[in-house]
Design a protein around this ligand. Sequence first.
Ligand SMILES: *[C@@H]1O[C@H](CO)[C@@H](O)[C@H](O)[C@H]1NC(C)=O
Ligand SMILES: *[C@@H]1O[C@H](CO)[C@@H](O)[C@H](O)[C@H]1NC(C)=O
Ligand SMILES: *[C@@H]1O[C@H](CO)[C@@H](O)[C@H](O)[C@H]1NC(C)=O
Ligand SMILES: *[C@@H]1O[C@H](CO)[C@@H](O)[C@H](O)[C@H]1NC(C)=O
Ligand SMILES: *[C@@H]1O[C@H](CO)[C@@H](O)[C@H](O)[C@H]1NC(C)=O
Ligand SMILES: [Cu+2]
Length: 257
Amino acid sequence: MHSFGVLSTMALGLALVNAEGIKTGELGNATAVTNNPVGFSASGTLPDKAFFTAGSLNGNVKGSVSVMSSPDGIGVVYTVKFSNLPKEGGPFLYHIHEKKVPGDGNCTSTGAHLDPTIRGETPVCDKPFPQTCQVGDLSGKYGAITSDPFEANYTDIFSSVTSGSNASIPDRSFVVHFSNKTRISCANFEVAASGPSNSASAPVSVPTSSATPGLNNTPTAPTSTSSPVVTAGANVLQGVAFAQPAWLALFGLFFAL
Ligand SMILES: *[C@@H]1O[C@H](CO)[C@@H](O)[C@H](O)[C@H]1NC(C)=O
Ligand SMILES: *[C@@H]1O[C@H](CO)[C@@H](O)[C@H](O)[C@H]1NC(C)=O
Ligand SMILES: *[C@@H]1O[C@H](CO)[C@@H](O)[C@H](O)[C@H]1NC(C)=O
Ligand SMILES: *[C@@H]1O[C@H](CO)[C@@H](O)[C@H](O)[C@H]1NC(C)=O
Ligand SMILES: *[C@@H]1O[C@H](CO)[C@@H](O)[C@H](O)[C@H]1NC(C)=O
Ligand SMILES: [Cu+2]
């Protein structure tokens, strides 16, 4: 009985930290996501009001995190921008958190970092081995916010844009912290474009999402005097026409199978 307990504790310890002392998730390392639908994009922008206002913070940190499926479908391309940071308390950290920000804007309610492999926050991410880090630990893997303004572009192969996936980014939120982890501000991702190669939801979601601010496909009206109703109609038609090849391809695929 006793020796069994000791053995299982040892096995657990070995599973979490390997011979080189690198901490791995309870469920192993993060795996590359290879099936992201091309053409998907989503973005989150920090609100005007901070969740935690420190002495030198004027209003709120300004910033956004945008995600785009990469052209080869492997992982996600991030475009990250922050400015108007507090003068003290850096370098600032930012992460994808597991839950959405609720209506009251409470950043505490976003829970912990997105961590499908159950790695935990400590010890800190080992940068040369990003597969061993928490999927949502963006500043751990790609660097903290060390300048104002701050801008970074990178591809994270462990991120997914597929809703419901264990590594889905658009389903979550991002949070900006002081170096002591106090949460300054947070925002949700809003889908901007779901992409032509998306599944059966494409015909519905394309016309709907074209009303979302930030989407860069405003239809060019044939005349400058066209009424909003005509524009909306043209928009829907454009969405349907856009979605048709996806449907045909889908049916073609079923036939082929
Ligand atoms: C995770 O990746 C690290 C770094 O490459 C490696 O040392 C470790 O053995 C891997 N762990 C598992 C469970 O695959
Ligand atoms: C974290 O750092 C900020 C900025 O220095 C400070 O205002 C805040 O009180 C600190 N939080 C904790 C829990 O120490
Ligand atoms: C935010 O939510 C947490 C629990 O999720 C609660 O303890 C805290 O009081 C809330 N903060 C504000 C400012 O409402
Ligand atoms: C997350 O989901 C992917 C795709 O379904 C799967 O391959 C992977 O094993 C899952 N990862 C974890 C840690 O559950
Ligand atoms: C990041 O990419 C954008 C275009 O998407 C570009 O305008 C910007 O200069 C890039 N920034 C850096 C730091 O590479
Ligand atoms: Cu965080």
